[in-house]
Design a protein around this ligand. Sequence first.
Ligand code: HEM
Length: 116
Amino acid sequence: MEILGSIVLVVHLAGFAALFGAWLVEIVNRRTNVTRLMQWGLVVTLVAGLALAAPWGIHHELDYAKIGVKLVILVVIGALLGIIGARQRRGARVAAPLFWAIGVLTLGNAALAVIW
Ligand code: HEM
């Protein structure tokens, strides 16, 4: 069970890497586009995170307050991806601060996971 838990944690981290990496690619190229990789990264992070939050395979106590806060932040990131994606499809301008919030919240969630 422990090895399975570790694999799911690696998948969770791969989802985070995809979401944050795809966001960084847009930022360094001075774009504010929501991409498919960001959406997939978010879904993978969520599914693996929920699996990790089930009481199995983890060798230490789960902090459900921390997990709850991370879940709320992930939902906000999902909403931002949805809002910006919809504006993109309409050809409307995307406010840069909204796009920046995706990366800041994603990195914030990683910091929360490690520091809390
Ligand atoms: C963008 C969103 C997220 C990011 C960037 C993120 C990041 C991370 C990172 C970096 C770790 C490793 C921490 C460590 O082992 O010290 C971790 C672990 C974990 N994450 Fe996430 N996470 C996110 C969302 C979620 C969600 C939505 C859930 C559950 C609903 C979740 C549940 C967990 C659990 C249970 C662990 C392992 C136990 C722990 O150390 O708390 N994560 N996450």
